[in-house]
Design a protein around this ligand. Structure first.
Ligand code: FES
Ligand code: FE2
Length: 435
């Protein structure tokens, strides 16, 4: 039995939390295969029979659109002899699932539809067409919020909205910025496998101390190009470079102006919007559409939401103002897949979409140096933590200064680089692990 109290202290964590395979198995069981995990967006599967594979903890699952237009989440396993039902990452299964091994067929909600020569083959056996073990197993619970689909493999626990709590703003902020109030996924996603534990990614997402260090060289080079473009009055192109140059121009001390707010269940918001409200014609055209739709007051509220990142623990990082979402899929104690998605604001001009695409490519894609900068540190951290060079990971920055109220923990003013969100994640982690 794992003694979690020996692993997590308020301001530090034992390295085994990141490197021990037995800890990993337990956290898959008690966290990822229990809580609400993001499966995907409904627009990924617009037509009946459309499906996407999704990994929940160690379980290969399928998200599929049924004839009733509902989204179902099923284990990707045939109940006959265990064959994977869908081998492709995504596609359309047609009128029903049909196993490629012995042609058992299933409805989109997993119910058995047909078995070849069922009557003669199973007469007098323990099985008949109504036996529940002849259906594909379903996720215990499936819920969606504004088109974002989540599943929980546990029949008990808080409902999706209660679980998300204040982190629900990630989806509201993204959708509210669309003139039609909803977003549409842009298929397909980038996939990156990092050679480190999944928690290193989650911690890094709201680590305000690292950007101006890790991404400084990328930011500086981009700033040079940005200045040249500005001199040539190529404002549109300069804006893209600005997304990168901010990593150098927002210097380490300025990151303290950001604020982190941590919530129950390990969720966290890094507040301090990097600012994409320039006065260029594209933005002004978008503003006009939004004001017409929502009125000036509501429009100001919508675009004034002050968010850089929302972390939905344990597996999602959302940058809502730029419609970016990264889903974290742990593959092993030292291997983690991230799916990197972006979205289109329905009803917004194409130029606004191009901005989101630019951020997707320049900051979040595997092709950008920003991502490579982080990936190198993830790998190096995991290497260091696997060594006998030390037993503890320190989360002590600004410890003792956190402002706690009604279960919410805020970093103190001018302490945006506080490690409060990491402490909060590990506090939630310990609670899950002891459950
Ligand atoms: S394993 Fe699927 S039909 Fe036999
Ligand atoms: Fe980074």
């Amino acid at each position: 039995m794992l003694d979690v109290s020996k692993i997590v202290e308020p301001d530090r964590v034992r390295r085994e939390a990141y490197t021990d395979a037995a800890v990993f198995d337990l956290e898959m069981q008690r966290i990822h295969e229990t809580v609400w995990i993001y499966c995907g967006h409904q627009s990924q599967i617009p037509k009946v029979g459309d499906y996407y594979q999704v990994q929940i903890g160690r379980q290969p699952m399928l998200m599929v659109r049924g004839k009733d237009n509902k989204v179902h989440v099923l284990y990707n396993r045939c109940p006959h002899r265990g064959n994977m039902m869908c081998g492709d990452r995504h596609g359309n299964t047609g009128e029903q699932f049909r196993c490629s091994y012995h042609a058992w067929q299933f409805h989109h909600d997993g119910r058995l539809k047909q078995i070849p020569m069922m009557e003669s083959g199973y007469a007098g056996t323990r099985l008949n067409k109504d036996s529940p073990e002849l259906s594909m197993k379903r996720a215990a619970r499936v819920e969606s919020y504004r088109g974002f689909v989540f599943a929980s493999l546990s029949a008990t626990g808080p409902g999706l909205k209660e679980f998300l709590g204040k982190s629900i703003v990630a989806f509201d902020d993204m959708c509210d910025r669309a003139p039609e109030g909803e977003v549409e996924v842009v298929p397909n996603c980038f996939r990156v496998i990092q050679h480190s534990n999944w928690k290193l990614f989650m911690e890094n997402q709201i680590d305000a101390l690292h950007p101006s260090v890790v991404h400084q060289s990328t930011g500086r080079a981009a700033h040079e190009v940005e200045k040249q473009l500005a001199r040539k009055a190529k404002a549109g192109e300069a804006l893209s470079y600005h997304m990168l140059s901010a990593f150098a121009t927002v210097t380490i001390d300025k990151w303290d102006n950001f604020q982190t707010v941590s919530y129950p269940y390990g969720h966290c918001i890094l507040a301090g919007y990097m600012g994409l409200r320039p006065q260029d014609p594209d933005t002004l055209a978008y503003d006009k559409i939004m004001i017409k739709k929502y009125g000036q007051k509501r429009f100001e509220e919508i675009v004034g939401v002050n968010i850089h990142h929302v972390l939905v623990y344990p597996g999602l990082s959302v940058q809502s103002p730029l419609q970016q979402l990264r889903a974290v899929r742990p593959l092993g104690v030292d291997r983690t897949l991230t799916e990197i998605w972006h979205f289109r604001l329905k009803g917004a001009p194409e130029a606004i979409y191009r901005r989101s695409l630019a951020y997707y490519n320049l900051v979040n894609s595997p092709a950008t140096l920003i991502n490579a900068d982080d990936l190198e540190n993830f790998w190096k951290c995991h290497q260091g933590l696997s060594s006998d060079g030390g037993d503890w990971v320190s989360l002590a920055r600004h410890h003792g200064h956190d402002i706690e109220k009604d279960g919410t923990v805020s970093s103190a003013p001018n302490q945006g680089t506080s490690e409060a969100p990491m402490r909060n994640q590990m506090k939630a982690w310990a609670k899950y692990m002891q459950a």
